[in-house]
Design a protein around this ligand. Structure first.
Ligand SMILES: Cc1cc2nc3c(=O)[nH]c(=O)nc-3n(C[C@H](O)[C@H](O)[C@H](O)COP(=O)(O)OP(=O)(O)OC[C@H]3O[C@@H](n4cnc5c(N)ncnc54)[C@H](O)[C@@H]3O)c2cc1C
Length: 182
């Protein structure tokens, strides 16, 4: 592998977006341990900075076509007091599966996909290793050991899937200092 090659470990939303953005004159090796696994099709909320990034990638229009615009949202505490709200911003809800498939589609010719797990990032040749391998990152652990390990914050996220995520729906979130449900 030439010294100018770049390794990106992990092909989630971050690794895929980065691989699409790296200079075309660099060979990009994209490693993914679960390439054949489909992402769980829960709704992924894309906020304005994410939409701007997708615009740079030329993917904002297909995301809008596949997703649903979030017309308005309110976050309440348990007593019903509004903590935060938004109206008519460039916020879109899209299936995580659709988003990952869009990001995977038409990868530039300089990106080579390796359907394999990286266990030792230091063994990868090339100029650079980027850890885009998620919350339990092997790359981060190799570089920073336990200092980079995730910490429990005492919060639990529960996800649910409905048949048609594009159906007009209302959802509700309630939050407290340590708990949130919705
Ligand atoms: C319940 C829940 C809901 C969320 N909702 C939203 C939302 O609505 N909007 C939003 O913006 N964010 C949301 N997030 C956060 C969002 O999911 C993460 O920020 C995002 O997925 C991080 O992307 P990533 O590419 O960094 O990591 P990941 O999506 O975790 O991808 C990492 C990839 O690396 C691969 N991998 C891991 N280890 C290795 C290895 N050693 N070798 C090769 N491959 C490896 C994994 O298979 C995976 O595909 C939510 C998170 C949760 C838990």
């Amino acid at each position: 592998m030439p010294e100018t090659d770049i390794n990106v470990v992990g092909a989630g939303v971050a690794g895929l977006a980065l691989a699409r953005l790296l200079p075309a004159d660099r060979r990009v090796h994209l490693y993914e341990s679960a390439w054949d696994a489909r992402a769980v099709p829960t709704v992924f909320g894309l906020w304005p900075p994410a939409m701007r990034a997708l615009d740079t990638l030329g993917l904002a229009a297909p995301v809008r076509a596949l997703g649903r615009h979030l017309d308005s949202a309110r976050f309440h505490d348990r007593s019903g007091t509004v903590l935060a709200g938004l109206e008519d911003r460039d916020v879109w809800l899209v299936s995580r599966t659709d988003l990952v498939e869009l990001l995977r589609g038409g990868l530039p010719a300089n990106v080579i996909v390796h359907r394999e797990r990286v266990d030792d990032p230091d063994a990868l040749p090339g100029a650079l290793v980027v850890g885009a391998d998620g919350v339990h990152s092997t790359v981060r652990r190799a570089r920073w050991g336990r200092a980079g390990a995730p910490r429990r914050l005492g919060a639990t996220a529960v996800r649910g899937v409905v048949d048609d995520p594009r159906r007009r729906t209302r959802s509700r979130s309630t939050g407290g200092r340590t708990r949130c449900s919705g």
